[in-house]
Write a protein that binds this ligand. Structure first.
Ligand code: PAF
Length: 613
């Protein structure tokens, strides 16, 4: 099979919908010949007439037989059936290119064509089409998702480049996520704008589009360049009064019920994002979440019920010690459940995880278990503080934010056969051997094993882990993805003392001089954030962040690195060439040092390559 650039091709279009007509027309413009097209509806025939003038209309099988390049531009759900039908009728042949333009499917749906020896390509223009010649100019520079078996990828890329597009390779397995992301951003943006226009029109504000245009375009532009840092508005300021006013305004008008629902859902997501960004604190996030759930106006307009009318979380916490008790109490939690796992000795940092859990789900389960399998040293395990009474008191101090359930099992309850005689354990991937794992062999295997067990026992919708233990967080996320665990891992921001020191039970072991020295770590984190915000490169960020800890009095630095958030591989700080930074990307800054004989860690997430702020 010759896989070089295919030269002048006879193009057949099966289904002259908007995309088929536009792509056919674009291929014609660059010298290919459209030899036949099929189209059942009057609109398709009209499009063939106007955009593919002179192209004969044939049935699907004849179109395919006549073509070197077959565009299967039929609805997504029909592609498989149409491909099977044409193959059955002998319409495909070896060496022929069969291409569909669905976003959702990869090439698997073209198996009947592949079996006939054809070259399957999935090429999706990430662009909207009106089905008129105006669309041709939109192809110039538009990204096209290309999925194909590796040997024929260059053919797909060459076709895209020929019609002026930019090929972006999307693996077969990523196709669903790719299309969900594009639809969420583009289609739902239209829904949002239309809803906003209708609210304005109902309030007799004329020309809503003109009013919304500049702000909406600016917000989109800045979200695309700066990500979540672009958040503005009342939720990101923790302004619950204004949000309550919005809910009341929308709830007062029955026509806005659906808009009210989207407002609530998106304001809730925005609250989580604003909290993740450190723009609002736990208390503000909790207030907003409660408001969005419970605002009385939500039911006022239409008498709608459901989640909107949910009662406040119970202030009384069930404390259970056995798996059987946990199972029984878990069965009573019928709404979304978030779990926070701890080893006890709770401090304000843990309480902030519980508050974050409250913002994510209606019910919260806290586990308190000093897990023997993550300790390398028996002495450390024996010395680890066990303070259940004080922990329960700390959780109770949260009042309405207190958890619904505390699960505090014994080691025998969690590992009935003992810890060394287990039939199976979780073995963490290579991330576990870097940084914190380097000096603690087996530690992360123990962590992941107990996390997996606790996830099975508590069956949460959301599991909240502190960003502070960034490597643990990455490993838990990796395990949840690798083992297809059906839950969302929410990262809660690092809780800090008023002077910036990251909260940790170990801080209590620092002398007052050591406590001052320890501030070098949070200064280093702040420097990383400052330089990244100013548009610094990896090397700039590392230079500034390391300068704060490298020679600080009383601080023995272990590491200070920028790493990939998923793999924990260090980003290369050599050279200052901004072009070496591949676009805008998130990175995790990690720092560890020993102060007063106490090992301390700190971390932050930075965005590299964004426009300086
Ligand atoms: O982060 C911790 O306290 C522990 O590693 C965890 C997740 C509770 C597992 O024992």
């Amino acid at each position: 099979m010759n896989h070089a650039r295919p030269g002048r091709l006879a193009v057949g279009i099966v289904g002259a919908g908007r995309v088929g007509a536009v792509l056919g027309s674009a291929l014609r413009q660059v010298g290919h010949e459209v030899v036949a097209a099929s189209g059942g509806s009057p609109e398709s025939l009209e499009r063939i007439d106007t955009m593919l003038t002179g192209v004969p209309v044939r049935d699907m099988v004849d179109v395919a037989r006549a073509a070197d390049l077959v565009l299967l531009t039929v609805p997504d759900d029909a592609i498989g059936q149409v491909a099977a039908w044409i193959a059955d009728q002998g319409g495909f042949r070896a060496g022929q290119i069969v291409l569909h333009t669905s976003g959702r499917h990869g090439v698997e749906v073209l198996r009947p064509a592949l079996q006939a020896g054809a070259i399957p390509l999935a090429i999706h223009p990430a662009m909207t089409f009106s089905g008129t010649s105006l669309d041709l100019s939109r192809l110039e520079g538009a990204p096209f998702a290309v999925t194909a078996p590796a040997p024929v990828l260059p053919i797909g890329q060459a076709l895209v480049v020929e019609i002026g597009g930019e090929p972006v390779l999307i693996p077969e397995a990523a196709r669903g996520a790719y299309h969900a992301a594009l639809s969420h951003a583009s289609n739902h943006l239209v829904t949002l704008v239309v809803q906003a226009e209708r609210v304005l029109a109902q309030a007799r504000v004329d020309d809503g589009a003109r009013l919304l245009g500049p702000l909406t375009r600016a917000a989109l532009d800045s979200a695309l360049t700066s990500g979540a840092q672009a958040l503005t508005g009342p939720v990101s300021r923790g302004d619950a009064g204004t949000v309550a006013g919005h809910l009341a305004a929308l709830a007062g008008e029955p026509d806005h019920l659906e808009t009210l629902r989207s407002y609530r859902a998106l304001a809730r997501s925005t609250t989580l994002l604003a909290r993740e960004q450190g723009r609002i604190d736990d208390a503000e996030a909790a207030t907003l979440t409660r408001l969005l759930r419970e605002h009385p106006g939500l039911t006022g307009a239409t008498g709608a019920t459901g989640a909107a009318t949910a009662a406040s979380p119970s202030a009384s916490t069930a404390v259970v010690h056995t798996r059987a008790e946990l199972r029984a109490v878990r069965a009573t939690l019928t709404d979304e459940v978030a779990v926070v796992m701890t080893m006890g000795a709770l401090h304000e940092g843990h309480l902030s995880l519980v508050r974050a859990a409250r913002t994510a789900a209606r019910h919260v389960v806290v586990t308190i278990f000093v897990n023997p399998t993550q300790f390398g040293d028996a002495g450390d395990l024996a010395a680890y503080p066990r303070t259940l009474e004080a922990d329960l008191a700390a959780l109770a101090s949260l009042g309405p934010e207190a958890p619904d359930v505390v699960f505090a099992p014994s080691a025998e309850e969690m590992y009935p056969g003992g810890t060394s005689d287990r039939a199976a354990t979780v073995v963490a991937g290579p991330v576990a051997h870097r940084y914190e794992g380097a000096s603690r062999p087996g530690h992360f295997d123990g962590v992941l094993t107990v996390v997996a067990k606790l996830l099975h026992l508590t069956a949460p919708d959301v599991a909240v882990f502190g960003q502070k233990d960034a490597q643990q967080l990455a490993l838990v996320r990796g395990m949840v993805a690798a083992l297809d665990m059906p839950l969302w891992v929410l990262a809660a921001p690092v809780a800090r003392e008023s002077d910036g020191l990251a909260m940790s039970s170990r801080n209590a072991r620092l002398s007052s001089v050591g406590r001052d020295s320890a501030l070098a770590l949070s200064r280093s984190v702040a420097a990383a954030e400052r330089i990244a915000r100013a548009g610094g490169t990896v090397a700039d960020v590392l230079r500034a962040a390391r300068a704060e800890v490298a020679d600080a009095d009383g601080v023995a630095l272990d590491y200070a690195d920028l790493v990939d958030p998923g793999t924990f591989l260090p980003l290369d700080g050599d050279g200052d060439d901004p072009a070496a930074t591949p676009g805008v990307r998130e990175a995790t800054y990690v720092v560890a040092a020993v102060v007063d004989g106490v090992r301390l860690i700190d971390t932050t997430t930075v965005v590299l390559g964004a426009r300086p702020r």
